[in-house]
Write a protein that binds this ligand. Structure first.
Ligand SMILES: Nc1ncnc2c1ncn2[C@@H]1O[C@H](COP(=O)(O)OP(=O)(O)OP(=O)(O)O)[C@@H](O)[C@H]1O
Ligand SMILES: [Mg+2]
Length: 342
């Protein structure tokens, strides 16, 4: 775990709040998130559906559409000589445009919806390559074909002229990955990039990401439900629940010694080869509450097997910082609980 912390921070999110104004009230989708991605390292963000992973990712590039609004926090980019707060930039600031698709490549969760339907994939790739590298049209087209080949698209010299509707969802996903990688970004944000793909292609894409990371010292923020992928890819892990990061730690620490009861329950619901044959896996009881009706106190307490009545249902949990810097938002480790145990 010491290694990830010794790397320089590249992106530091602090106190991020993003909400959606709806007829029923404000949905606090991201509710005070703190995260750090270190240069050249992989941060995996995990958590059940609806906990705010995608909204966090979109907030980084200021791509939250109305009725969504970033309401607070800072997002510091350390990739330039002078660090700056992405949230303080005007919408037309050149640095924001350079971040989007240049310094930061993003693979969105909905690949087909992210591609323009009436332009060939080649034209879309060529445009992004030219914006960020200044290549001429011919060189950019050559690079586009190379990239399509790299992400595993067969016959790239033909597919470059295809429209998105002529390609399968998996192919569109790979085109999106090619677009995200075309400017050799310092940070790749990948939001469930392989869920729509078959296992072989998934393995190929993960290999590609790892290779690029090694070659270009690229950092990765990888959003996934798949704890197998986390084990394979992550240096650090952030576990999200209902708009908050409830635990942050190095990958080995998360698997060997999960601190937050939610992390423990997530890990217990994953099958282990050899151990779980024929056994019913435990699931986390209940469902993620509607963020409009967030439970008082710790928002996980109604589903938590270790909740302490009179505390977890009343107070927001403290953020406990452990040796080595890992954190958990849980009363189980604060002084009062430790005192009660003694
Ligand atoms: N346009 C919107 N209007 C209202 N609420 C929204 C909107 N977009 C997202 N939300 C809410 O924000 C919360 C976080 O959504 P988000 O898409 O970030 O979840 P997620 O963790 O990425 O889930 P998944 O794993 O399913 O992709 C959810 O409760 C969702 O309902
Ligand atoms: Mg999502």
């Amino acid at each position: 775990m010491s290694e990830p912390h010794s790397a320089q921070p590249l992106l530091e999110i602090s106190g991020l709040k993003t909400g959606f104004d709806t007829y029923d009230g404000k949905v606090p989708a991201v509710d005070g998130v703190d995260l750090t991605v270190h240069a050249g390292k992989t941060l995996c963000v995990v958590g059940e559906s609806g906990c705010g992973k995608s909204v966090t990712a979109r907030s980084i590039l200021r791509l939250v559409d109305a009725p969504g609004r970033i309401e607070g926090g800072t997002i510091t980019w350390h990739g330039d000589d002078e660090p700056f707060d992405v949230l303080s930039l005007n919408h037309d600031d050149k640095r924001l445009q350079r971040l989007r698709g240049g310094d930061i490549g993003m693979i969105f969760q909905e690949p087909v919806a992210s591609l323009l339907p009436l332009r060939t994939v080649g034209a879309q790739l060529v445009e992004v390559i030219r914006i960020h590298t200044g290549m001429d049209k011919q060189a950019a087209r050559k690079r586009a074909i190379e990239l399509l080949d790299e992400v595993g698209i067969p016959k790239p010299e033909e597919r470059v002229d295809a429209y998105p509707f002529q390609l399968s969802g998996g192919m569109c996903q790979r085109v999106m990955i090619a677009i995200a990688l075309c400017a050799n970004p310092s940070l790749l944000i990948a939001d469930e990039p392989t869920t729509a793909l078959d296992v072989t292609t998934q393995a190929r894409i993960l290999d590609l990401i790892r290779r690029l990371q090694a070659e270009h010292h690229m950092a990765v923020m990888f959003i996934t439900h798949d704890l197998g992928v986390v084990a394979e890819l992550a240096d650090e892990v952030a576990v999200m629940y209902l708009g908050k990061v409830v635990e942050r730690a190095g990958v080995e620490e998360i698997f060997a010694d999960p601190k937050h009861p939610y992390t423990r329950q997530l890990l217990e619901s994953v099958p282990v080869l050899g151990r779980d044959r024929g056994r019913d896996l435990p699931t986390i009881p209940g469902t993620v509450p509607n963020p409009l009706h967030r439970p008082k106190g710790c928002s996980f307490h109604p589903r938590c097997s270790e909740a302490i009545a009179g505390r977890c249902d009343i107070d927001e949990p403290p953020e406990v910082v452990f040796d080595g810097g890992r954190t958990a938002q849980c009363v189980l480790y604060d002084d009062q609980t430790e005192g009660d145990r003694a």
